[in-house]
Design a protein around this ligand. Structure first.
Ligand code: AMP
Ligand code: GLY
Length: 422
C-alpha cells in the first residue's frame, strides 16, 4: 500500500525509516519532509495544514494510510476532515475532540479528573479571573506552576519561586500579552517534585499497545539548565522504570486514560504520549500529547522489532487487540545536533559535512535541506544521532562518537544526555 506521512522533523524521518521496513509498503511519501526523508521516500511540497492539497494528492497517488506527525494539524482537525471526505482512507491521529488533550491544558486536566488519572491538583482561570488567580496563588506554597492553556510550542509552562513574580506573570498571561491567545486561559497547579519520564501508547480508542518508554532532555544547557528546547536528546528504555513501576503506570494511568477516551466517545486512533512525573514511585500525569515525541521517536522506533505498518493498519481499523507488537531488549539513545544560538535566533544554510564518516548509528534528519548538491542546515534542531547497544551507556558512546564526526558552523550538542541515570 502507499503511505503519506505529514511533517518534516526527526520524528517523521524516524517514522518513515521504520515504515520503510514493512513488506506491506509500496510507496512512501512525506509532506513536506527534509533532506533525510528524501533519501528513503518521496518528499512532496505540501504543508501540514493544507488539507485540500493533501486530499488531492491522496486521491491522485492512491494513498491508503495517512500518518500525521505533528500536533498542529491534529488540533486543526485533519483527521475529522479526512474521515468525512475520504472515509476509506486509514488515518492515524485523533479527532479534533481527542486532540484537545494536547490543545487545551484545562480540558486535559478535566479529563484526568473525570477518569481518575493521577495528576497534580489544579485550578483553571479565564481572562475575567485575574484576581481569583492571584488569590489562589496566595494559598499555595512555592514553586508556582503556571501553564498557558493552548499550544505554545513547549514554552507555555512557567515555574516560579517568587509569589510577586508569579502574580505578574498571571497578569501578563491572562491579558493576552504573553503567549497570545494560548495564554488567555490559565492552569495553576501544584508543583510535583520527582523524576520525569514518558510513555507512548498506540490506541484505537478501545485497546492499546505500549511502545517503548523514553526520557528526553528538554533544556539547552548541560545539567538541565537554561532555556527549554524541543528536546536535545533521549534515552530508551528508562532504566529506573522497573516492572513494579511499569505495572502501576499501566493500571493507574494508561488504562484509565484509554477507558476515558471510550467513555467520552472520542474517536481516537493514534498515539497518546503521556508525560509523567514519578514521585515516591507513584506516577502522576504532567501532560498528554496526541502525537509521538521528538526526539523520543528517534529512540522508540529502533526498539520496535515487529512490522510497525501492520500495527498502524490494525489501529486504523480498530483491530489493535489482534495485533502483536514485539520490542527489543536493546537500549537506544539519541543526541541532537543543533544550530548555534538555538532555541533563540540562529542562522540557517550552513553546509553539513562528515556524514560519510559516521558508522554504527542511524542519522535522523530534523532541520536539513539540499542546496544544489550541498546538504545545509535548515532549522534549530539539525540531525539526531541514534545508536543502539546492550545498555544506554554503550549506545551513548556510539551516539557521541558520531556526533563528533558531523561538522557544520555553530554546531552545538549536549554532552551529558543520560547524566542523571548513571
Ligand atoms: P509541559 O509543557 O506540561 O510538559 O511542562 C513543561 C515542563 O514543566 C515539564 O517537562 C516539567 O519539567 C515541568 N512541569 C510541568 N508541570 C509540573 C508540575 N506540576 N510540577 C513540576 N514540574 C512540572
Ligand atoms: N520532546 C518533547 C515533545 O516532543 O513534546
Amino acid at each position: 500500500m502507499n503511505v503519506l506521512i505529514l511533517g518534516s522533523g526527526g520524528r517523521e524521518h524516524a517514522l518513515a525509516w521504520k515504515i520503510k521496513q514493512s513488506n506491506s509498503l509500496e510507496k512512501l511519501f512525506i509532506a513536506p519532509g527534509n533532506a533525510g526523508t528524501a533519501d528513503i521516500a518521496e518528499n512532496v511540497a505540501i504543508g501540514v495544514s493544507d488539507f485540500k492539497a493533501q486530499e488531492d494528492f491522496i486521491k491522485k497517488n492512491d494513498i491508503s494510510l495517512l500518518l500525521v506527525g505533528p500536533e498542529a494539524p491534529l488540533v486543526e482537525g485533519v483527521c475529522d476532515y479526512f474521515r468525512e471526505k475520504l472515509p476509506k482512507l486509514m488515518v492515524i491521529g485523533p479527532s479534533k475532540a481527542g486532540a484537545e488533550l494536547e490543545g487545551s491544558k484545562a480540558a486535559a486536566k478535566k479529563f484526568m479528573n473525570r477518569h481518575d488519572v493521577p495528576t497534580a491538583a489544579y485550578r483553571s482561570f479565564d481572562r475575567s479571573e485575574v484576581k481569583e488567580a492571584s488569590d489562589f496563588l496566595n494559598n499555595l506554597n512555592p514553586p508556582y506552576v503556571l501553564k498557558a492553556d493552548g499550544l505554545a510550542a513547549g514554552k507555555g509552562v512557567l515555574i516560579l519561586d517568587d509569589l510577586e513574580e508569579a502574580k505578574k506573570e498571571v497578569n501578563a498571561m491572562l491579558s493576552g500579552n504573553k503567549f497570545g491567545e494560548a495564554g488567555e486561559r490559565l492552569v495553576i497547579e501544584e508543583f510535583l517534585d520527582g523524576i520525569e519520564m514518558s510513555v507512548f501508547v498506540l490506541t484505537d480508542g478501545k485497546d492499546y499497545k505500549m511502545l517503548p518508554s523514553a526520557k528526553d532532555y528538554k533544556r539547552i544547557g548541560e545539567g538541565d539548565r537554561g532555556l527549554n528546547t524541543g528536546g536535545m536528546g533521549a534515552v530508551s528504555p528508562v532504566p529506573f522504570c522497573d516492572e513494579a513501576l511499569q505495572k502501576k503506570i499501566k493500571e493507574k494511568v494508561v488504562e484509565p486514560s484509554v477507558r476515558g477516551l471510550a467513555k467520552d466517545e472520542i474517536d481516537y486512533k493514534g498515539f497518546l504520549f503521556i508525560g509523567l512525573m514519578i514521585v515516591n514511585q507513584e506516577p502522576y500525569v504532567i501532560e498528554y500529547n496526541v502525537r509521538m515525541g521528538d526526539p523520543e521517536t528517534e529512540v522508540v522506533m529502533p526498539r520496535i522489532e515487529s512490522d510497525f505498518l501492520k500495527s498502524l493498519i490494525a489501529c486504523a481499523k480498530g483491530e489493535l487487540a489482534n495485533n502483536e507488537m514485539s520490542l527489543s531488549q536493546d537500549a537506544a539513545t539519541t543526541v541532537m545536533l543543533v544550530s548555534g544560538g538555538y532555541p533563540e535566533a540562529y542562522e540557517k544554510g550552513k553546509e553539513i559535512t562528515g556524514l560519510d564518516e559516521t558508522g554504527d548509528c542511524i542519522l535522523f534528519h530534523a532541520g536539513t535541506k539540499m542546496d544544489g548538491d550541498k546538504l545545509v542546515t535548515n532549522g534549530g534542531r539539525v540531525i539526531a544521532i541514534t545508536a543502539t547497544g546492550i545498555n544506554f551507556k554503550d549506545a551513548l558512546a556510539k551516539s557521541y562518537r558520531n556526533a563528533d564526526r558531523i561538522l557544520f558552523e555553530g554546531k552545538y550538542f549536549r554532552k551529558d544526555i543520560g547524566f542523571d541515570l548513571m
